[in-house]
Structure formats: structure tokens, C-alpha cells
Design a protein around this ligand. Sequence first.
Ligand code: CTP
Ligand code: MG
Length: 230
Amino acid sequence: MSVVALVPAAGRGVRLGLDRPKALVPVRGESLLLRAVRGLLGSGCVQHVVVAAPPDQVEVVAAELAALPHAHVVPGGAERTDSVRLALGAAGEVAPDAHVVLVHDAARCFTPASVIRDVVSAVEAGAPAVVPVLPVTDTIKEVDGSSTVVKTVDRAPLRAVQTPQGFNIDVLRQAYAAAGDIATDDAGLVERVGGKVHTVDGHPDALKITTAFDLAVAEAVLAAEESSAK
Ligand code: CTP
Ligand code: MG
């Protein structure tokens, strides 16, 4: 029995606006993808990783990960859901004994090992699907079509969802088999087929690098850590 992680990394990084796919963008000399895959394998509870790469960059991505054992690269698809579906298909060959599957965005490469371990432990304890979450800190308002506030939403029961999301592998396969269209979140597909989704505590470091500002913040935090370690 093993744990396999799928890493959708086939996005173009349009909002980041650089000259390469977001997963290949370096932060202090190392790409988001390399950091994300090393983080998964280094957590001590993930044995195999399947990365979905931009279809025209499979070799570039494979070269990026060449130093890491147990990292496999497949071509991704047009939407994130397609990329995860393709990686999930490959997982059957790469890790036929896998009982737990994680889906982890390359863009959340600073996720602490403790979050990865908590997600895996919760699935191993019997949860069919698990997501790391944080309380929502902004005030949330519902607006109508003319941008007028309808009401202020009670944020107490709201949670922002991070990755890795963890699943019993049969549950994720069933959810993808039933899913016709795209979803922003894999656990959402499990919800649609009536599966229960459990939550564990997420972490602020598991932020998704989306914009140039996020990248600048990550650079600054790492620079501060490197200088304080000296
Ligand atoms: N992703 C993917 N396949 C796609 C689209 C996205 O594997 N067709 C991956 C991205 O590489 C990323 C994760 O899904 O790791 C979350 O997507 P997002 O943060 O939106 O990244 P991008 O799609 O690259 O960014 P943008 O939307 O700004 O283009
Ligand atoms: Mg995107």
C-alpha cells in the first residue's frame, strides 16, 4: 500500500505574466515545481509523484525533476480537471498499490510537511476525502448584477480551501468517472457524487502563487529565512 501524489502543473501562468509556465518559474533559484515535488517526497508519507506538465514541455519538466526519484511526468490537458484526470490515469501504472491519492498544486509549493502528513493521516483513518482549510479573514459580501451589496455573509462557517487534497483512490476515480465538466477543486467532484469531505487545518504558507505580488512575497520570505539561518 502506498501514497501517490498528483501534481497538476500544466497551467500557463497567465496571471503571473512571465515567459514560461508558472510551475517552471524560479523562486530564489528553484522552480515552484521542484519545490512542490520535493516537499511531497520529503514529507515522508508520499512514495510516488505524477506531474502533469504542459504538453509541449514534458521533456523540460522531466529534466527539471531528473534528480528526484519516484517523480513521473505526463502531458497535462487544457483545463486543470483534464490534467488531474490524465495524472490519475497514469497513477494506476506508476503506483498500482496506491490506496491514497493526493492532488497538490505546483503553485502551493511552500506547503509545510505537517499539512501533507495530516491530510494523509485523515484519509488513512477512513475519511474518503480530506481538504486543508483556513478560516476566511476578509469580510464577505454578496452583490447583485449591478454590483450593489445584497447582504453581508456570516463568515464564521466559511473556509478557504488549500491543497494537497487527499482521497481514497477509489473514491477519486469514481468522482472523476462521474464528472462531466470542469471543477476548480477535486473535492468538489466528490461532493457532487454524494461523498463526505473532511477538513484538517491548513497553513498560511500553503498559499497559491498566482500573481507577481505573491511571487515577490515568497522571494522576500525565503530571503529573510536564508539570512536568519546564516
Ligand atoms: N493546471 C494544470 N492544467 C491546466 C491548468 C492549470 O495542471 N490546464 C495547474 C497549474 O499548473 C497550477 C494549478 O493547476 O499548478 C492551479 O492553477 P492556477 O493557479 O490557475 O495556475 P495557472 O493556470 O498556471 O495560472 P493562470 O490561471 O494564471 O494561467
Ligand atoms: Mg488557471
